[in-house]
Design a protein around this ligand. Structure first.
Ligand SMILES: NC(=O)c1ccc[n+]([C@@H]2O[C@H](COP(=O)([O-])OP(=O)(O)OC[C@H]3O[C@@H](n4cnc5c(N)ncnc54)[C@H](O)[C@@H]3O)[C@@H](O)[C@H]2O)c1
Length: 481
């Protein structure tokens, strides 16, 4: 029999296309009340969400529900709760979870193409949201999430946990802003992280029996599975992932933008790179430089998925960081090589200041759920949107690019000393990996001009068309104004 609520859901969805359900009522909560959390998607990262909230038991947090479209993954975690003597509700379809008005907040660690729709649906159901980075799969989605958070009065925390390093990275940001090292000349993000070939599948792959594939694909395209592993390797496909720039890289993109204090997308962006060193089913670049032309100081981002040399085990480091951020200032340099600390050096390379310390990012989210103050969030959705979008615009330039000889690339970028130097190091790194960029050419993307106020490119229709995905009914991300 169709319940009244189910009937309302179905009829409202049918008539308006809007997902409607009974709302969680935060207004009825007292400060000491239990917060019932649900975790959505826990193939990899979501497991850390589950343990993170379990660890907040003394803060009045309860993991009350779990949702994953893979019954194997779901079953394993439900059993673990059983063993600990706790009953947890289990869902495959997040829409059913959102109907449960006893759930106060959700924590989303699905693949990227689901982040925006899942978050907006949750907010429409009156729930606060912790959503993994990148918060969106394309630029437009992120802005709808910001609009939804404000419109529905929800707390939305981005999973960029380095933002909870207030005494470490945050203190360094403040110190630099006070002018202690003079003006910033360049913020450089680094993602030197080994990414091996994902292999080549022969023909269409069987969808594992445990997975509800329609729900897994959701707002993304539902095509044949053409990579060996359904889980995780979606990161390297454009349909569902955003490459390492939008995977590991978004953390460092965010820290670099934090130092710059920029609250709009950069007025210009271009990319150079490629997927080099092996041939596999992945599509995204494993080697890439992205140049964001902010007026005060540029933000340059470097992705390296290949090791320091062919058959080498180690990854490169630049000024002491492999996955990190280097902020070049008139009077010295700040190096951020972890999620919880930063070190400042003078021009002579002498350490002048060390900043250390980090708080629990999940706990910060819970605190903000209780205080109902957006300012209490360490990584409000607006910050998450902007930093995610900086990855997307870099990838748009890459995807619109053409293969060029190294001489031609250098010719086009040499007027900018930072860009030319970064490109030379990229070339040298590829040479150590026996990639000859004269033969395996790099893709140089166009310089795209952005209107930060409208978040649209000013001079490129093809690029504008890539700001928003095409959604598959009924998984359509709504426009929120
Ligand atoms: N903050 C961090 O440090 C950090 C670290 C790793 C990953 N991440 C992010 O976490 C997210 C997940 O990454 P991962 O590596 O764990 O991916 P994964 O593919 O290993 O796991 C994703 C899980 O989500 C499930 N899922 C897919 N669609 C779903 C849906 N509609 N409803 C419920 N469950 C669904 C899958 O079945 C799978 O179990 C990504 O966005 C990634 O960028 C963040």
């Amino acid at each position: 029999m169709t319940s009244r609520r189910r009937f309302l859901t179905q009829s409202a969805a049918a008539s308006t296309g809007v997902f409607y359900i009974a709302k969680t009522s935060w207004a009825q909560k007292s400060p000491g009340d239990t917060i019932n959390m649900a975790v959505i998607g826990f193939g990899g990262r979501g497991s850390a969400h589950i343990s993170g909230y379990k660890g907040l038991k003394n803060e009045g947090v309860k993991v009350a529900a779990l949702c994953d479209v893979d019954s194997g993954v779901l079953g394993k975690h439900v059993q673990a709760f059983d063993k600990e003597g706790q009953k947890v509700l289990a869902y495959a379809d997040m829409r059913r979870l959102f109907e449960n008005k006893d759930i106060d907040a959700v924590s989303i660690a699905t693949p990227n193409h689901w982040h925006s729709l899942a978050s907006i649906w949750a907010m429409q159901a009156g729930k606060d949201v912790y959503v993994e980075k990148p918060v969106s799969h394309c630029v437009w989605e992120g802005r709808q999430m910001v609009n939804a958070a404000r419109k529905y009065g929800r707390m939305v925390q981005t999973g960029t946990q380095a933002r909870s390093s207030r005494k470490g990275i945050g203190a360094a940001v403040e110190w630099v802003r006070q002018g202690n090292l003079g003006k910033i000349q360049l913020a450089r993000g680094l993602c030197y992280k080994r990414r091996n070939s994902i292999g080549k599948a022969e023909g269409e792959q069987k969808i594992p029996d445990t997975i509800e594939y329609d729900l897994w694909c959701g707002p993304g395209p539902k095509g044949a599975l053409t990579r060996k592993r359904l889980h995780y390797d979606w990161h390297w496909t454009w349909a569902y992932g955003n490459g390492d720039l939008g995977n590991q890289g978004i953390h460092q993109m965010d820290i670099a933008r934090w130092f710059l204090g920029e609250m709009e997308l950069a007025p210009s962006v271009w990319s150079v790179g490629g997927r080099l060193g092996y041939e596999d089913d992945g599509e995204t670049a494993n080697t890439q430089v992205i140049y964001h032309g902010y007026e005060k100081a540029p933000l340059i981002f470097e992705v390296r998925g290949l090791p320091e040399s062919k058959d080498g085990k180690d990854m490169d480091k630049y000024k002491g960081a492999g996955v990190g951020v280097i902020v070049e200032c008139e009077g010295g340099t700040v190096v951020v090589s972890s999620y919880s600390s930063a070190t400042a050096y003078d021009k002579a390379g002498k350490e002048v200041r060390k900043f250390e310390g980090s708080e629990d990012h999940f706990k910060n989210f819970i605190n903000a759920c209780r205080s109902r103050r957006v300012d209490d969030l360490h990584a409000d959705i607006l910050e998450g949107h902007l930093s995610s979008a900086l990855c997307h615009t870099g990838n748009i330039s890459h995807r619109l690019g053409q293969k060029e000889s190294p001489e031609m690339i250098l010719e086009q970028i040499k007027a900018d000393g930072f860009a030319a130097e970064t490109f030379e190091r990229m070339r040298e790194h590829l040479a150590r990996n026996e990639v000859d960029v004269s033969k395996d050419k790099l893709t140089l993307g166009p310089v795209l001009r952005m209107n930060g106020a409208t978040e649209r490119f000013t001079d490129n229709d093809s690029a504008n068309a890539m700001l928003k995905d095409r959604y598959r009914e009924p998984y359509v991300v709504p426009e929120i104004s």
